[in-house]
Structure formats: structure tokens, C-alpha cells
Design a protein. Structure first.
Length: 128
């Protein structure tokens, strides 16, 4: 059963500005996630924007926003075939456990100035 759906868009210019502020990216991105995104050279800002959009979309899919969730507890990574996925820790894990989430689906896209993420959360709970 679908527990929630969330969509978010982030302008790439936002990441360009954030990269100019020392320590800001480290507040919002898991170290492994940040390392992977920055290794993409000229595509780093697009990658960061898509990952941040995924975090925001997850909050929307939860139905509560990101209140009480540490953004570094949400890590966007790629499987061996390039498919993006979300891994959660700490505060984000607890939020998903609260709704008995069983699976998170993630889709990312970006083009020039914008990055978009869509998240669908599934649960094994029956509607009631």
C-alpha cells in the first residue's frame, strides 16, 4: 500500500551558492553522498540539487515535512546500475519506522537549471 508520495524541485543555482559557504554542504549531506556528488566534476551541482530535492520529496511523502529529521540522515546513492536509492539512518529511519514503511522508491531527473525528485513510500499496513 502506498503510504505517501512527494515531489520536489531544486534550482541548480542554489547549490552553486551553497558551495561558496564553507561547511554548509556538510550540514545537509551525508559524507559519502557529498563525496560522490562532488566527484562528478562539472555535474556536481546538478547531482547535489537532485539529492537535495530527494530529501525534500521524502519529507513530503512522509506527510510531515522534514521537521525533526537531520538531513544528513537521508543519503541518496546509486546502485551498481546507476539507479538512485535512498538510505536512511537515525532520525529519518525513526520517521519511516513510525509509519511502518517497507520500501522507498526514488526517481531523479535534471536538466540545465533544475533538478526534480519523486519519492513513493510503501507500507505493509492495511488501510483502515
Amino acid at each position: 500500500m502506498i503510504a505517501g508520495i512527494g515531489v520536489d524541485v531544486v534550482h541548480v543555482s542554489r547549490m552553486e551558492k551553497w558551495r561558496k559557504t564553507p561547511g554548509l554542504l556538510e550540514r545537509f549531506f551525508h559524507p559519502n553522498e557529498l563525496s560522490d556528488a562532488l566527484s562528478r566534476g562539472g555535474g556536481a551541482n546538478l547531482s547535489l540539487a537532485a539529492r537535495f530535492a530527494a530529501k525534500e520529496a521524502l519529507g513530503k511523502a512522509l506527510g510531515t515535512g522534514l521537521a525533526g529529521i537531520v538531513l544528513k540522515d537521508i543519503m541518496v546513492k546509486n546502485r551498481h546500475n546507476g539507479q538512485p536509492e535512498i538510505e536512511v539512518f537515525g532520525s529519518a529511519l525513526r520517521a519511516l519506522e513510525k509509519i511502518e514503511a517497507s520500501k522507498i522508491h526514488l526517481s531523479l531527473t535534471h536538466e540545465r537549471d533544475n533538478a526534480i525528485a519523486m519519492v513513493v513510500i510503501e507500507t505493509n499496513r492495511r488501510s483502515g
